[in-house]
Ligand binder design. Structure first.
Ligand SMILES: Cc1cc2nc3c(=O)[nH]c(=O)nc-3n(C[C@H](O)[C@H](O)[C@H](O)COP(=O)(O)OP(=O)(O)OC[C@H]3O[C@@H](n4cnc5c(N)ncnc54)[C@H](O)[C@@H]3O)c2cc1C
Length: 391
């Protein structure tokens, strides 16, 4: 006898992964509910570096598969969401006292271009010395080479809203300002207690996805039985917004500790980030620290010494990374999925991941649940759905 469900799939979290799963699920013809405690993109998904990229630096740590997949997703998003994702120049200055030599960067950019299938936009060049003086006041002392390549930039929160709008158009329901309070497995169903300002309700669903970003552990902890919870660590990343503009693109520089720091032209100002600081507090209380702001300002001043930037705003977001003793910057950035039952999961939790790869991540999460979800006729493919700004 089949069990009556209010929804085939309930997704917890209205960040990029939650809306991505809701879109993929609705496109697959599943009755879908997305539950978000606050507003869309209230968590990490509005605090990213706003790059839709393959991640050039991941080549150094051998994460080729991640780079290849991310570049393919970047190319797809450039085509599906031209008003939300744009290709912009990235400038990579190499200094005599830096950790990387020009030949290493040339090799990395060649591999990056090859993994991007050598599309025209993937090509890179070494800028002639005579052009260096025009680069937004870039420090010239010790400068050995400047490379220019292209990658994607977006408005992360606007992208989340656009994907959510697409999910809604496909029939998904969005419950914003609604919190998952508790959930339990009863026979073939997840019974979920939801609370909002207007009251409480209980819904029954066939499958459940935990896409609660830095709150993932708390959300899984509210379920019975409690699903497996791998040991993870929250790593805070701060950005500062500075007055002034950068006219020639995104600068990708090396901070004093060797970490990569982006200086991004952003809505008429300059966004500089990010830091990576282990964080043990509540995700909702995360805020930039003085030393993080100073680190970013010092890095900006080092490369643009004639500027006297004022901090206009600052914010912090948290990554979920597998626990390890190595520094956060060097740890893998692949997404990890955790299930309740390996053979026939009815629950998937999405750990970590990238804004860039959200669509593929969502499709993979759904594939894990395919045996448990009811058979339905798909109504669309996410790889073909255009995304329009929702606001
Ligand atoms: C500093 C930083 C920079 C980054 N830069 C980039 C970049 O440039 N490019 C890139 O591709 N990736 C980047 N990333 C990675 C990317 O931003 C994240 O992987 C992604 O945004 C995570 O999205 P999410 O949906 O998993 O989580 P979140 O966006 O945090 O969403 C989780 C949601 O769950 C909700 N929630 C929590 N508890 C409950 C509950 N009980 N009931 C209902 N809802 C609940 C929260 O309110 C929140 O909205 C960056 C990450 C960081 C930290």
């Amino acid at each position: 006898m089949s069990v009556e469900h209010d929804y085939d799939l309930v997704v917890i979290g209205g960040g990029i992964h939650g809306v991505g799963v809701a879109q993929a699920s609705a496109a697959a013809g599943q009755r879908t509910l997305l539950v978000e405690e606050r507003s869309l993109a209230a968590g990490t998904s509005s605090r990213s570096s706003k790059l839709i990229h393959g991640g050039l630096r991941y080549l150094e740590s051998g994460q080729w598969q991640l780079v290849r997949e991310s570049l393919a997703e970047r190319n797809l998003l450039l085509a599906l969401a031209p008003k939300l994702v744009e290709l912009v120049p990235f400038l990579l200055p190499i200094y005599a006292d830096g950790q990387r030599r020009p030949w290493q960067i040339r090799a990395g950019l060649s591999i990056y271009a090859a993994l991007a299938n050598l599309k025209r936009e993937a090509l890179f060049q070494r800028l002639p010395r005579r052009e260096w003086g025009e680069l937004d006041g870039l420090e010239l002392t010790g400068l050995e080479a400047v490379f220019r390549y292209h990658d994607g930039r977006t408005d992360d929160a606007a992208l989340v809203r656009a994907v959510a709008r697409s999910a809604e158009r496909l029939g998904a329901e969005l419950a914003l300002g609604t919190r998952l309070v508790a959930g339990r497995r009863e026979g073939e169903s997840w019974v979920l207690e939801l609370a909002s300002a207007t009251g409480e309700r209980t819904v029954r669903a066939c499958c459940l996805v935990n896409a609660a970003g830095p709150w993932i552990d708390q959300v899984s902890g509210r379920l019975r039985p409690i699903p497996p919870r791998p040991r993870v660590e929250l790593v805070a990343g701060t950005h500062v917004e500075l007055d002034g503009v950068l006219e020639h693109g995104v600068y990708y520089t090396e901070a004093s500790d060797g970490r990569g720091v982006f200086h991004v032209p952003w809505k008429g100002r300059v966004m500089v980030g990010t830091t990576e600081t282990p964080y043990r507090g509540k995700p909702e209380e995360l805020a930039p620290t003085e030393s993080e702001i100073e680190y970013l300002l010092a890095t900006h001043r080092r490369y643009f010494p004639t500027r006297e930037p004022k901090v206009v705003a600052s914010w912090a977001g948290a990554r979920v990374l597998p626990f390890a003793s190595s520094r956060a910057f060097d740890r893998p950035r692949e997404v990890h999925f955790v299930f309740d039952l390996p053979q026939r999961p009815s629950f998937v939790a999405v750990y970590g991941g990238k804004l860039t790869g959200y669509r593929l991540t969502a499709e993979k999460a759904l594939q894990f649940l395919a045996l448990t979800l009811p058979p339905k006729t798909p109504i669309a493919r996410t790889s073909e759905l255009p995304l329009e700004p929702a606001d």
